[in-house]
Design a protein around this ligand. Structure first.
Ligand code: 3PG
Ligand code: MG
Length: 399
């Protein structure tokens, strides 16, 4: 790989230099209280930030949070993240009220060597996500003016052709941060020559989101286990009625075709937990996958499925898991996700957990993070990497 990394930048010396770090601090917030419910992405960027602090850089961190529409929107402010980042770094983080305006410029100008500032949400500016090169470029110019060098440590956003990811590195000396480097090292093992059997577990709600990765993985994997909301479109393709479960009717034919071509590699649920409603206290039962009552919806995979998936996983030497198996946020429908996660921790396979949701599930269910080989901070990014797509953020670092 021809990408320069943080060590190359540190070797040049960064003391007194302004280093602009693109991080992915897009953390989940509690809808009621606004509290950070999972700080995994903040912790993941600490190695890069600490190294820069110790080397005496003026560290300018930028990130997106959520999907605001190109204008300031208080519910997506990064301010709470600045507080948490400061706690984790053990030193206060200065917060700029805007991204490239007066507050950002003066905050950066006031930084002492070894101090850290966080800019307000990149997506409060239209230029960040614009499809118009000139508009994106103009914003990238302003952002690049706040740094003397650029570090990309936002693995979760490398699949976005956004100003801070794709256009700023064209304007500043640029390197990959520790997190991006580690993520790419790990994922390239999966696209290279993974030790076999290579078993992939996919969940999450939408088949349409996962189609490209299923297509890309089918020739490579030994087993593909499918759970989560997306399994119902596959069950329908197998000829089963799925009641009021999540269903992408227009994908049924595609799923049928995938099943035909999968040479038996695809494993689907044989039982599901079907409920009266999408609610934590809904009446529910475990039913066979071909016996979902017409008035009920599946919210989790059943115990027999978990046992079957666990047996397949126990053989594996390499595992990639993306997407929860059920509505793990509700205790009644968390057993599938917990069961699969526990089965993964019990193998001696090299295991990679990909994705915001599955990574959050690991932590929310209180599982030991260290019993997985790697927990990726990127959902869409890790899937697109496995699809073999060119990732704009990685490509920009290669130039
Ligand atoms: C994510 O959470 O998937 C990343 O932070 C990217 O966010 P996005 O999907 O809104 O671009
Ligand atoms: Mg995403």
């Amino acid at each position: 790989m021809t990408i320069r990394n943080l060590d190359d930048l540190l070797a040049e010396g960064v003391s007194g230099r302004r280093v602009l770090v693109r991080a992915d601090l897009n953390v989940p917030l509690d809808k009621q209280t606004g509290d950070i419910t999972d700080d995994g992405r903040i912790r993941a960027v600490l190695p890069t930030l600490s190294a820069l602090v110790q080397a005496g850089a003026k560290v300018v961190v930028c990130s997106h949070l959520g999907r605001p529409k190109g204008a300031p929107d208080p519910q997506f402010s990064l301010r709470p993240v600045a507080g948490r980042l400061g706690e984790l770094l053990g030193a206060p983080v200065r917060f700029a009220e805007d991204t490239v305006g007066d507050s950002a410029r003066s905050t950066v100008a006031d930084l002492a060597d070894g101090q850290v500032a966080l800019l307000e949400n990149l997506r409060f500016n239209k230029g960040e996500t614009s499809k118009d090169e000139a508009e994106r470029g103009a914003f990238a110019d302003q952002l690049a003016a706040l740094g003397d060098a650029y570090v990309d440590d936002a693995f979760g956003a490398v699949h976005r052709k956004h100003a801070s990811v794709h256009d700023v590195p064209a304007r500043l000396p640029h390197v990959a941060g520790r997190l991006v480097l580690r993520e790419v090292e790990v994922l390239s093992k999966l696209t290279g020559a993974p030790e076999r059997p290579y078993v992939v577990v996919l969940g999450g709600s939408k088949v349409s989101d996962k189609l490209a990765v299923i297509e890309a993985l089918l020739p490579t994997v030994d087993r593909l286990l499918i759970g989560g909301g997306m399994c119902f479109t596959f069950l329908k393709a197998q000829g089963h009625e799925v009641g009021t479960s999540l269903l992408e009717e227009e994908m049924v034919e595609t799923c049928r075709n995938l099943l035909e071509r999968s040479a038996g590699k695809i494993m689907l649920p044989v039982d599901v937990v079907a409920a009266d409603a999408f609610a934590p206290d809904a009446a529910h039962d475990t039913v066979p996958a071909d016996g979902i009552p017409s008035h009920r919806l599946g919210l989790d995979i059943g115990p027999e499925t978990v046992a079957g998936f666990a047996a397949a996983l126990s053989q594996a030497k390499t595992i990639f898991w993306n997407g929860p198996m059920g509505v793990f946020e509700m205790a009644a429908f968390a057993n599938g996700t917990r069961g699969v996660a526990e089965a993964i921790t019990k193998t001696d396979a090299f295991s990679v957990v990909g994705g915001g949701d599955s990574a959050a599930a690991v932590r929310a269910l209180g599982l030991d993070e260290s019993s997985f080989g790697h927990i990726s901070t990127g959902g869409g990014a890790s899937l697109e990497y496995l699809e073999g797509k060119t990732l704009p953020g990685i490509a920009a670092l290669e130039n």
